[in-house]
Write a protein that binds this ligand. Structure first.
Ligand code: SF4
Length: 77
């Protein structure tokens, strides 16, 4: 991790898997990308990440205590 470079046109699908324990770190890192449902479940608010939001999305991935956040490259159109 860390050496790959992304262009501003790269797009990633942001998602949280079932291992999430709703610790809230991701919501603290970027409340524009992550939030809580009424039942306390954490969910992504923006499923598609591009250049501007990639740094905080990557920080959330790195700081999730159980690795439940994923950023999958989306194909170029
Ligand atoms: S940081 Fe990870 S475990 Fe915590 S709420 Fe976000 S996805 Fe869930």
């Amino acid at each position: 991790m860390g050496n790959e470079r992304h262009s501003s046109s790269d797009r990633f699908r942001l998602w949280i898997d079932d291992a999430c324990v709703s610790s809230g770190q991701c919501v603290l890192i970027d409340p524009a990308l992550f939030g809580f449902d009424d039942d306390g479940t954490t969910r992504v608010l923006v499923a598609e990440v591009t250049g501007e939001t990639l740094p905080s999305a990557s920080a959330a991935v790195a700081n999730c205590p159980i690795g439940a956040i994923h950023l999958d490259p989306m194909p170029h159109i």
